[in-house]
Design a protein around this ligand. Structure first.
Ligand code: NAD
Length: 491
């Protein structure tokens, strides 16, 4: 049955933009097909928006800010975020199905991670804005106090791998701080953003506070980044696209947050807790088919346990069987598109050309019936590649992991830090001193020790080097989505 039955506003197979509280087609009337990647069939037609649609959205955002929204209190906005969280929760199954159909990810993952975490994001920022405080700096004979005020209208541009999760991670703090937003989700995954727009409508959010403009990055996305009445851009996506966004936004002095690509190291020492490490490292490598920006795609293993760990790891990976993403028993779904599958496949071929050996995977699985043309690829493990090979240094963003033995901490750090990226890392050891020592020297915004993707929403989230600029999370998001203004009073 069509997934669009879960989007009440949809007309036939068409979903719409959400601007000024109304569901609207694109100004040009043009559409883009949106595919179910596991079945390679069209799920919906989405608006192919351009600068004209962005202009209408900017006007709606301006009107909202000029009206009651501009004077709303922290408590009113926190209440709105709570209502949104409750409404998504009431529709959790619908959201999970839409996310799974749109991305090809296992529905079990959407139900247990993507959607609950999106709900948590709205609840967290409701609490954060209720409990926020600002600073006061008394001087001899004078007093400084700092205000945080909304910036204006933000463009929120997001990728396809965690569609609702990442959109909510930006929308919640932007709204908590009193801004209006224009969201542009990936053209590959428009459905849960559309369901979120329905939620804004259902909970009677003021018109124009949350606007949704679908379309291509080079058209709708670029029009958002270029618009002079959009004061800030929060972007999550590829490093090359981030460079383009920065080139446009920086000379306009927009507030800019960039969460970009990664090639994250997983560093396994011989003194690790073997069984929990194997389990944790498989998850870090292949969660969401390896399509999480934080996935550990370079597995560094200390030589004394290299063979034993490799064999246990490969055995576990072989047990991950690609299958119907909507079957609750499936733990490994399809990739996001046939194009992306081809890219991952080309890296598997490159791995052989570069002298590597494929220990498992490396090819398309044979699936029957409706999944026979889907974007599936087997989880793939490669050994024997130098740490500077292309497969070991370029972001593949899929189910392909390279293995690298090392002899010393220094060598592990050299390999871990030998790429242009610096987003996340994980270190597996029972030696506490080593855990501190190594974590401190890994060049990445986030390091997990003996775990992966354990998230506290208060901590700084983001990358260094070519993985991004700025941090999200907790007070970092509240600060990014506001203007800090100091008042100094001579007493
Ligand atoms: P992408 O850069 O192709 O697209 C991201 C978004 O930007 C999409 O909505 C796209 O339509 C839009 N876009 C494209 N060109 C644009 C332009 N010129 N102006 C404005 N917007 C434009 O990335 P993707 O393929 O959707 O996502 C995968 C990438 O995202 C990977 O590199 C991954 O590492 C990264 N990612 C990073 C994080 C993080 O937190 N650092 C999280 C998830 C994904």
């Amino acid at each position: 049955m069509s997934a669009l039955r879960l989007l009440p506003h949809a007309q036939g197979n068409k979903v719409h933009n959400f601007i000024g509280g109304e569901f609207l087609p694109s100004a040009s009337g043009e559409t883009l097909p949106n595919l179910d990647p596991a079945r390679n069939e069209t799920l919906a037609l989405i608006p192919r928006s351009n600068a004209a649609d962005v202009q209408v959205a900017v006007q709606a955002a301006n009107s909202a800010r000029a009206a009651a929204w501009g004077k709303s209190s922290d408590a009113e906005r926190a209440d709105l975020l709570e209502r949104i969280a409750n409404r998504i929760e009431a529709r959790l199954d619908d959201f999970a199905e839409l996310e799974s159909r749109d991305t090809g990810k296992p529905i079990s993952l959407a139900k247990s991670v993507d959607i609950p975490r999106a709900i948590a994001n709205f609840r967290f920022f409701a609490g954060a804005v209720r409990h926020q405080s600002t600073s006061c700096h008394p001087m001899q004979g004078a007093l400084n106090y700092t205000l945080r005020r909304p910036v204006g209208t933000f463009g929120l541009i997001t990728p396809w791998n965690l569609p609702l999760y990442l959109l909510s991670w930006k929308t919640a703090p932007a709204i908590a701080m009193g801004n209006a937003v224009i969201a542009k989700p990936s053209e590959l995954t428009p459905l849960t953003a559309t369901a979120l727009a329905e939620v804004f409508k259902d909970v009677d959010a003021p018109a124009g506070v949350f606007n949704l403009v679908h379309g291509l990055g080079a058209e709708a996305g670029q029009a958002i980044v270029e618009h002079e009445q959009i004061q800030g851009i929060s972007f999550t996506g590829g490093t090359m696209t981030g460079g383009r966004v920065a080139a446009t936004a920086a000379p306009m002095f927009k507030k800019l947050s960039l969460e970009l690509g990664g090639k994250n190291p997983t560093v396994v020492f011989a003194d690790c807790d073997f069984e929990t490490t194997v389990e944790g490292v498989v998850r870090a490598a292949f969660a969401n088919q390896g399509q999480v920006c934080l996935c550990g795609s370079r597995l560094l293993i200390e030589r004394p346990i290299y063979e034993r760990f490799r064999d246990a790891f490969v055995e576990r990976v072989k047990a991950l069987k690609p299958g119907n993403p909507q079957d609750p028993a499936t733990s490994f779904g399809s990739l996001i598109s046939l194009g992306h599958r081809d890219k991952v496949e080309s890296y598997a071929k490159l791995a052989i050309e570069e002298g590597g050996t494929i220990l498992c995977g490396g090819k398309r699985p044979q699936l029957d019936g409706e999944f026979s043309e889907g974007a599936f690829f087997e989880p793939t493990v490669v050994e024997g590649l130098g740490p500077n090979s292309r497969c070991s240094t370029e972001e593949i963003f899929g189910p392909l992991v390279t293995l690298h033995p090392f002899d010393t901490e220094e060598e592990a750090l050299e390999i871990a830090n030998g790429v242009r990226y610096g987003l996340a890392a994980s270190v597996w050891t029972t030696n506490l001193s080593r855990a501190h020592r190594v974590s401190e020297r890994i060049e990445s915004g986030m390091v997990w020790v003996n775990t992966w993707l354990l998230r506290d929403l208060r901590v700084p989230f983001g990358g260094m080097k070519d993985s991004g600029v700025g941090r999200e999370g907790g007070r970092h998001s509240l600060e990014f989505f506001s203007e800090s203004r100091n008042i100094c009073i001579q007493l």
